[in-house]
Design a protein around this ligand. Sequence first.
Ligand code: DNO
Ligand code: MN
Length: 358
Amino acid sequence: MKMTFRWYGSDSDNITLSQIKQIPGMTGLMGVLDYKAAGEVWTEEEIKAYMDEVHAAGLECEVIESVNVHEDIKMGLPTRDQYIANYCTTIRNLAKYGVKVIVYNFMPVFDWLRTDLARVIPEDGSNSLYFDEKELGEMTPVDLVRNTIDNCNGFTLPGWEPERLAELETTLERYKTITPDDLRANYKYFLDGIIPTCEECGVVMACHPDDPAWPIFGLPRIAHSQEDYDKIIALRDSPCNTVCLCTGSLGSNPDNDIPAIIRHFGEMNRIGAMHVRNVKYLGYHKFREAAHLSSTGDLDMYAIMKAIHDTCPNTYIRPDHGRMIWNESGRPGYGLYDRALGATYLNGLWEAICKSSD
Ligand code: DNO
Ligand code: MN
């Protein structure tokens, strides 16, 4: 297992590489160029600049996240071919700089969705990302996105780039005629277009689950259960077509048995990377994010790490969203302290599991 950390680059992250380097056991990053719009080529110069900084700090960057898939690809528009060609160029460019895994998602319009980005946790006064479907009430998707952008403390969150807001209504309208099967067919077209390039360059694609793990606003969503992922894997049979098992995203639906899902795809060698975090159920379609420790949420983090150990011990993992603690402010969900505590806790579980299985 390689422990990594998400870093948005020196221009848009308030956390520094030297802080990340000081987290015990941190080997590298799951990097992201968050200023890139979906569909744009990530140029060699841009990648090199990011990698040079990371390597100078003594960290690796073998995983890149959120090379976002253009909506025209998901909607199956004729313009998709150009965006697929751009995606292939990005894959090649990333491979030249040592990238081995690309984490992406195939969620229409939205990346993750929350109704509150800083819900105070009464037990300890910290705050975390929160979702309650009832709070959506009369809110339209546009209201929700505006609300999210306004409450992000000036940071952009993945998938919420302001330039996408302008086209949001048209895009939502277009999705009304797209069924989950249509979306899967468009997904297959995308995989058929990019997987040969991945195989040639030795890059693995890892699909992040829908978050929350159920359909929202009537949009088709096809990546929120083991069954969904089985279908995605079947769309293109290649070791380069894998999943990024995000325990908190999939775990937002208590019907998903996370350790069992890890074992299922781990045994098939189809886990390209993992996000490991905990979640606390508060009711039907209602949850908040918790500290990583098992006892503070509803996921069994020991069983999760044990499943990784037993079926995909060489995978890349990172702590995912954490709480905001110790008066830290910054990008919601991506503070330094709670994610560092999370990494340390997961490393502790890992050491215990390894030593007790010798
Ligand atoms: C949520 C996050 C996501 C993820 C992207 C990948 O749990 O991990 O923002 O990075 O969906 O495309
Ligand atoms: Mn995640």
